[in-house]
Design a protein around this ligand. Structure first.
Ligand SMILES: Cc1cc2nc3c(=O)[nH]c(=O)nc-3n(C[C@H](O)[C@H](O)[C@H](O)COP(=O)(O)O)c2cc1C
Length: 359
């Protein structure tokens, strides 16, 4: 090991300091509202692109939108995953707001998924609702360490409550076996698509310097490339390596290893493909995800099947579902639940304050 280089991991989250931009934002909109935004920012998103923007038109009038330069046009050409991520962000935001004693009026303002403004929010005072906000900070995507044991029905019901659209397939079920095989086959197909690999390469932050600079995208830590291998790629890998044969082969191998360990799959469907339905599905997804750690259940979205046309067309039939599957989640009890490792952009980079004079 070279002196000064650590093998143990890349840059950590800044959960204590709340990051650059927080103090200035808090001086304009107050600490409570700044905190609500900060909590919201820990939502999950495809490739960790964090597609959300927040325009603060007045202290009580915000608009959630999405930034075009954070759209994944190759794997998500219809912006459906983007809307699911926005839904997760909205869920975090509304949950944090309730805990601070605000009720949120939520109104969709988008005509199609490519509008830059998506959801208008209005703060109203309400009852403070007790909620362990720590859950928002501790939620994380798990990719390794799943035990091969079915999810207990009581735990599944704890996760989803009375919410619609969640389907659990135990690991030996026909559907779970199909999902595992289809995920590997879809991955094999996906790594041959040049544009997809190029898009991915733009969202991997191999070096610690890039991870710190962008604070979004995937890092070796989030891809579970740790230890000496992590140190090696953090110091010697770059964008071009994602386009090489070795990386493509390793991607397929990783998918095979991942699907081999699981306690089954949870599939989440939506009513239809309309904007409101997708945002609402993202909210349901996040509500479930936030409870998973309480029962030591790891959640790993694996979207390859839905991203590859050939496989997505077969999915609803193979899974015998009447409605469209929107999220395919490999799930399982995990031995450890380490702290999250994915980074978040500073609040001042996702927020635009329209009229400083009003605040
Ligand atoms: C709609 C959606 C699709 C996702 N698809 C995948 C996927 O196919 N493979 C994967 O490893 N992670 C997937 N993720 C997880 C993200 O990579 C993860 O949320 C992001 O890196 C931030 O990490 P965190 O969830 O630990 O905060 C997906 C997340 C969302 C919201």
């Amino acid at each position: 090991m070279l002196p000064g280089l650590s093998a143990c991991g890349g840059p950590a989250r800044e959960q204590e300091s709340k990051g650059p931009g927080y103090d200035e934002l808090a001086s304009m909109i107050g600490r409570e509202r700044a905190d609500i935004l900060w909590y919201a920012s820990f939502a999950p998103s495809s490739h960790n692109v964090q597609p959300w923007t927040v325009t603060i038109k007045g202290p009580d009038n915000w608009v959630i939108g999405s930034a075009e330069d954070r759209w994944l046009t190759e794997i998500d050409p219809k912006n459906h995953e983007m809307l699911l991520s926005i839904g997760a962000f909205l869920e975090n935001l509304v949950t944090a707001a309730r805990a601070y004693g605000f009720q949120m009026k939520v109104r969709s303002v988008a005509g199609n998924p490519f509008y830059h403004e998506l959801v208008a929010l209005q703060f109203q005072s309400g009852e403070r609702v007790e909620y362990p906000l720590q859950r928002l900070l501790e939620r994380r995507t798990m990719r390794t360490g799943f035990r091969s044991e079915d999810i207990d029905p009581a735990d599944f019901s704890f996760l989803v409550g009375r919410e619609d659209g969640f389907h659990y397939y135990p690991r030996a079920s026909t559907q779970a076996v199909w999902l595992g095989e289809a995920t590997v086959a879809a991955t094999e197909q996906q790594v041959t698509r040049e544009n997809v690999q190029e898009e991915l390469s733009r969202w991997i932050r191999w070096s610690d310097a890039d991870a710190r600079k962008y604070r979004n995208g995937l890092t070796p830590d989030t891809m579970d490339i740790t230890g000496l291998a992590g140190w090696y790629v953090r110091n010697f890998y770059g964008e071009g390596d994602v386009l090489g044969k070795d990386f493509r082969r390793a991607t397929i191998e990783r998918a095979k290893q991942q699907v081999a360990e699981s306690g089954g799959w949870i599939v989440l469907t939506s009513e239809d493909d309309r904007i409101n339905s997708l945002i609402e599905t993202g909210r349901r997804f996040e509500r479930m995800f936030l409870k998973a750690k309480d029962r030591s259940i790891g959640i790993h979205p694996m979207s390859q099947v839905l991203q590859e046309k050939l496989w997505s067309e077969r999915a609803a039939q193979a899974l015998m579902l009447e409605k469209s599957p929107q999220l395919l989640l490999r799930v399982g009890y995990v031995r450890d639940y380490p702290s999250p490792v994915s980074l978040r952009m500073p609040l001042d980079e996702i927020t635009k304050v329209k009229e400083r004079r009003l605040l």
